[in-house]
Design a protein around this ligand. Sequence first.
Ligand code: DAH
Length: 340
Amino acid sequence: MFAKVKQLIEEIEAASPKTKDELEQFRIQYLGSKNVIKPLFGEIKNVPNEQKKEYGQFVNQAKETAERKFAELQEALEAAAGDADADLLDLTRPGEPLELGSRHPIATTLNRIVSIFQRMGFTVAEGPDIEDDWHNFTAMNTPEDHPARDMQDTFYLQNSTEMLLRTHTSPVQARVMTSQQPPIRIIAPGRVYRNETISARSHAQFHQVEGLYVDEGVSFADMKQTLMYFAQEMFGTPKIRLRPSYFPFTEPSAEMDVWIGMDNEKNYRLSKGTGWLEILGCGMVDPKVLENCGIDPEKYSGFAFGMGIERQAMRLYDIHDIRLFFENDVRFLKQFSAVI
Ligand code: DAH
């Protein structure tokens, strides 16, 4: 009798179910309602009286062994299942690389320009892309018969002679001056539109940054100093050239060139063999413009400037075709992912 129980205990200890099903077999065999230990309790009647107590304890031991073994096996199997799940999520494997976006070269160029003027105390102003004739032309002292108003240049909204896509950022000057009195010190970056043939060098949409400084006693010298600082920060040289020019909204007016030199082919080509790169138009705000916007020209004076972004971005990143800026071809844009 004792030998039979001993053998059973050994059998239980040796059992090693590998799967959930095998473990269930183990449970049914040793702990289920018809388990193999139960009949051994019944055998107690065949055991001599003096050994009955010892026998009973021995069979109990078999039962406890089965219970303990079951608990151990269950735990081991669950842990193994956990490991199997962990296999699916191997944290040491290299991850899927994240596709990083990149900033558009126009945006980075614009941000650079904006931050240079912010350091000089200019704040950013904005105006709408769809403008009215008054802000775009009339307020800016552009007479009815001025060629800039020509339907060839300006995109008017359908069936309208009043509403148009702004042809420059200058109308933001009028928007700011009609809503606030000096001192005014703003820059206005934005998109502008002109009905031009699209080619590698020109486009029907491009970007400008407008600047306006109005206060008591603002002089041409202040303008020159401001623009020299800009050239120094943007192009690494304060060497600029102001050429007399004409704009309806400034008097006197000038165009500003920056010295980029001719020491390499790129700069030679960009400056058309002169070493000078034209980057902006500027001048003293015409008193008529101040008056149009409700600012007393006897008391205040100011300077203004407007520059194109594309040409500067093309120089900065060595881009030869302006159309690339507007096609949004990912293969082009991706090349600027390292640029901040
Ligand atoms: N609005 C002019 C253009 O689009 C650029 C310009 C010239 C702006 C002189 C100004 C300025 O503010 O003073 O060509």
